[in-house]
Design a protein around this ligand. Structure first.
Ligand code: NDP
Ligand code: HSE
Length: 435
């Protein structure tokens, strides 16, 4: 064993994920070393606070408060960036890549915001950048898209990409609790981002959707070019409506490409989806991704989407790939060919919708609502009513026949202005994936 080559690993960030990587890499090191024919040495780790209690034992001599000292240590070949965010994390990533090192990351915000620049630095200096853990936690979805499904063009990829939101929605449905209560638990379990707004307002899912769109289509879609909605407006009324109608509400990313026109659409929103669909039954912290390829048909991937263990599984997989690359000098895997897909305009996005709104409980309100939607060619398919928390008001839950995104948005804007409508209407899409 002693004459085997040594691969030195540095970890920037020893929080939820970093500690998981340290723990599981230490535990499975003998097996991984036997597979690689090399020794894996955890050389150094950086933290913000040297006094914070950690769940793993790390020799004090290996700890530093300077992540740059890890990234630029000449003896370290693989740098794991597990800090998060796009400031310090970006600096250490670029610094390591400029020294020709390989960087392994779980940082979807960074890949989404600065992917092209980071990949260019890796290419220029002969290093590599791995980011399996950035999307869907423990599910090897990046490997699936990049390697296993390379024969395909993808007309639809959709799924649950945020464990925190799925955990919250599952518990809201099962226990009738409001989301802020459950969010505290998701944070304690290590699922949520340091800034939890990224989770519940949909941005974390959007970062992941952007990465998937790039891997599947070669097209970078910035989050500002997406329709991004979170789960904060959902109430028990919506959850109960879904359950009564054999639907589930899931925060989904939907990435669709029209293979004839090349138009690409990426949206992130809570969507009503039939319980007949596998994805509708993916619960708790699990993520689920449906990938439809023109050769393979539909494939579905399910696994824990957040948390220490699932995420460190993906990070360690990248570390092993990176070590194999260093040891054997294999060429890197083929990258997606950059390709600009035009965005699909809202008038060519079709579907049915659910609208929940509070109205004054008085005669003629329904007639005004249907007249307002009819003005934009939106036809109402069903109406249900329940008690409202507001005095002298009722909550209406409407569904529409198929219409387009531009028409429904105009109709909802009109509803918002109606005298009998109280507060802000909620608009949700009803998925029809393949039905
Ligand atoms: P944590 O907040 O638990 O850990 C962050 C680590 O980075 C901590 O060790 C912290 O130090 C250190 N750190 C934070 N800010 C700085 C800074 N400015 N300078 C130096 N060090 C800093 O985050 P997670 O482990 O949850 O997440 C890490 C990355 O993994 C993020 O990109 C996240 O999006 C991603 N990710 C997280 C998942 C999860 O389930 N948690 C799943 C998939 C991806 P200290 O400990 O001293 O505070
Ligand atoms: N906060 C993220 C989530 C972590 O809940 O999915 C995994 O990327």
């Amino acid at each position: 064993m002693s004459d085997l080559p040594i691969v030195n690993i540095g970890i920037c960030g020893l929080g939820t994920v970093g500690q998981g990587v340290w723990k599981h890499l230490t535990r499975s090191r003998a097996t991984l070393e036997a597979r690689l024919g090399a020794r894996l040495r955890l050389k150094k780790a950086s933290v913000r606070s040297l006094t914070k209690k950690r769940g793993v034992r790390v020799a004090p001599t290996k700890l530093t408060t300077d992540p740059m000292a890890v990234a630029t240590d000449p003896s370290i070949q693989i740098v794991c960036e597990l800090i998060g965010g796009t400031t310090v994390a970006k600096d250490v990533t670029i610094a390591a890549l400029r020294l020709g090192k390989t960087v392994v990351s779980a940082n979807k915000a960074l890949v989404c915001g600065h992917g092209p620049e980071i990949f260019a630095e890796a290419r220029k200096h002969g290093g590599h950048y791995f980011f399996e853990a950035s999307v869907a936690g423990g599910i090897p979805i990046i490997k699936a898209l990049r390697e296993g499904l390379v024969a395909n063009r993808f007309d639809r990829i959709y799924g649950i990409l945020n464990g925190t939101c799925n955990y919250i929605l599952t518990r809201m449905e099962r226990e009738g609790l409001a989301y802020p209560v459950i969010l505290q638990e998701a944070k304690a379990l290590g699922y949520a981002e340091a800034d939890e707004a990224l989770d519940v307002e949909g941005w974390d899912t959007a970062h992941k959707a952007s990465i998937i769109a790039y891997l599947a289509h070669g097209s970078w879609v910035p989050t500002k070019a997406m329709n991004v909605e979170g789960i904060t407006q959902l109430t028990q009324t919506d959850i109960l409506y879904a359950r009564a109608n054999d639907l589930a509400i899931k925060l989904l990313a939907v990435i669709e490409r029209d293979l004839a026109t090349d138009e690409l659409s990426v949206i992130v929103a809570p969507i009503l989806i039939s319980r007949n669909k596998v994805i509708a039954n993916v619960n708790e912290v699990y993520n689920g991704v449906s990938v439809t390829g023109d050769v393979v048909g539909e494939t579905v991937y399910i696994g824990r989407g957040a948390g220490q263990d699932a995420t460190s599984s993906a990070v360690i997989s990248d570390i092993v790939d990176a070590a194999a690359l260093l040891l054997r000098g294999n060429a890197a895997l083929p990258e997606p060919v950059e390709h600009h897909c035009p965005r699909r305009p809202p008038e060519r996005s079709f579907g049915s919708y659910y609208i929940r709104l509070d109205v004054r409980d008085e005669p003629g309100v329904l007639a005004k609502i249907s007249a307002a939607t009819a003005k934009f060619g939106v036809s109402i398919a069903s109406v249900q009513q329940s008690a409202s928390a507001r005095a002298n008001a009722a909550t209406l839950m409407l569904t529409t026949h198929e219409t387009n995104e531009k028409a429904i948005r105009s109709a909802v804007a009109q509803l918002r202005r109606l005298a009998g409508v109280l507060g802000e209407p909620l608009l949700l899409r009803i998925a029809s994936f393949g039905e």
